[in-house]
Design a binder for this molecule. Structure first.
Ligand SMILES: C[S@@+](CC[C@H](N)C(=O)[O-])C[C@H]1O[C@@H](n2cnc3c(N)ncnc32)[C@H](O)[C@@H]1O
Length: 463
């Protein structure tokens, strides 16, 4: 376990980009980086008057108020209230207005570049007993008091406003007297930015979903598909679109269907339930596959659905092993569309149907981010309808139909937004899965469709 103990005389004080204050720079990494190209940044900032936060696109922030009454962070479409010692997180690319509630405040920020680090927690503690695995990084900031402890047998003593960086693997303890508080943020290195985008900020998605269902009094052994349908059909027009796909695939109860990029498994269960076929789902995001299998267990559907982790561009199935295949809102994350469609073609039996229902680039201009499949353009690979058409043909498919459902998609968003905004309200929504910025992603996607920056298209093809 490697420790870096930073004392106040090692900190650096810098003026804000907007000229309205100074920030105490505690840590910037890697070495030699500055305020705009860091991977990791820890800073302490007083906020004495209202003003915009500096934008850092591609950077995720955990912010905790350690002095003062409160701070409102006003985003375009909502306000996040920061109460004392209640850590909050937001996408730093969004640059909210900061409004102190009653007098000056001071905040501690831990900021991490999304393509390098993923937060797995941030909490306020009065003692700490933690274990980190290889690659994990712990950031501890002593907000008040003296802290002592042992880290892998080494004794550490810290004074107020000092910081400790702890690199795993190993375990450690820190203690303090009385009411003193410290902030502890935990991060893990990013391996796949797409998986990190979807597996956002939760240590165990299955556990989070289980807890949410129990909170609203659901019996896990007596669930119905409707209890889950606010999260498990993760695409525009939800179940309705999945049923349209099913209608095109000529399924029977003997059909073996592949769902490429199966998410939480809603589409696979809808097809399996409607046609009694067997559906195999494959998805890059491990936590989605685990949750999908658990949900199928709750719904007693493990004999008709199964989910494995894998990459759509390198499918682990023999040639000609499926009677039908579908992919729903996945291609937007995949740059190598040729591989995606070649693989789909390879695993389908000749003459069988493949349906690709995706969001495509419209003629209205560049996509506004964040959207549900990407917080910024780095993992977004939206093709135009023509590009999608050509890529499918080049992979060997014969296109049977290409349907633009953008108008229906707009109408669906209108209903979703007016029906008392049900999908935006906890307990169980895609906000549970993607984090608080899902609200922003949802309204951006609606706007992208309205402005025809994005369109929804369904291609029905024959292998
Ligand atoms: C917007 S969700 C849609 C999930 C599901 N198709 C549905 O409609 O409910 C996109 C999914 O694509 C998956 N994905 C992205 N790139 C992938 C890849 N290369 N291979 C497999 N899955 C991928 C993500 O993990 C995520 O679950």
């Amino acid at each position: 376990m490697r420790l870096t103990h930073l004392t106040q005389n090692q900190y650096d004080t810098r003026p804000w980009k907007n000229g309205k204050g100074v920030t105490t720079e505690i840590y910037l990494a890697p070495d030699g980086t500055n305020q705009s190209d860091f991977d990791l940044r820890i800073s302490l900032a007083p906020i004495t008057e209202s003003g915009p936060f500096s934008p850092f696109p591609g950077v995720e922030r955990r912010i905790t108020l350690i002095e003062g009454v409160g701070l409102d962070l006003a985003f375009d479409d909502h306000v996040l209230r920061l109460d004392p010692f209640q850590p909050q997180g937001f996408d730093t690319g969004l640059a909210p207005m900061g409004r102190p509630l009653d007098g000056p405040v001071r905040v501690i920020n831990v900021m991490a570049r999304r393509t390098r680090w993923q937060f797995t927690g941030c909490k306020v503690v009065s003692k700490l007993d933690e274990a980190l695995v290889e690659g994990d990084l712990g950031v501890f900031f002593a907000a008040s008091g003296t802290w002592t402890g042992s880290v892998d047998g080494t004794t550490v003593t810290m004074e107020a406003h000092e910081t400790l960086l702890i690199e795993g693997p190993g375990s450690f303890r820190l203690n303090t007297a009385g009411q003193n508080k410290g902030i502890f943020a935990k991060l893990k290195p990013v391996t796949n930015p797409i998986e990190i985008h979807y597996d956002h900020g939760s240590n165990d998605l299955t556990e989070v979903i289980t807890k949410k269902l129990q909170e609203v009094g659901k019996d896990l052994n007596n669930l119905t598909t409707t209890d889950l349908n606010t999260i498990d059909e993760f695409h525009v027009r939800a179940r309705k679109a999945t049923l349209e796909i099913g209608e095109n695939m000529g399924l029977t109860e003997d059909s073996r269907v592949l769902d490429i990029g199966s998410g939480l498994g809603g589409p696979a269960r809808t097809i399996a339930d409607t046609y009694h076929s067997h559906v195999t789902g494959i998805d890059l995001t491990a936590s989605f596959c685990k949750a999908a299998n658990t949900i199928s267990k709750w719904l007693d559907m493990t004999d008709r659905t199964s989910f494995i982790q894998g990459d759509a561009t390198n499918l682990p199935f023999p040639d000609a092993s499926f009677d039908a295949a579908m992919t729903i809102h996945v291609a937007m994350n995949i740059a190598e569309k040729d591989l995606l469609y070649e693989q789909a073609h390879r695993v389908l039996k000749p003459g069988c149907v493949f349906v690709a229902y995706d969001i495509v680039q419209g003629e209205g201009g560049d996509i506004r981010y964040p959207v549900p499949w990407a917080r910024d353009a780095s993992i977004s690979h939206v093709s135009t309808p023509d590009e999608m058409h050509n890529a499918l043909q080049e992979a060997g498919f014969r296109i049977l139909s290409a349907t633009d459902s953008t108008k229906e998609s707009q109408a669906w968003f209108d209903t979703m937004a007016t029906e008392t905004a049900v999908p935006l309200i906890p307990p169980l929504t895609l906000q549970t899965v993607l984090g608080d910025d899902f609200r922003h992603m949802f309204s951006n996607l609606r706007r992208n469709l309205t402005e025809r920056r994005a369109r929804t298209m369904m291609f029905v093809c024959r292998a």
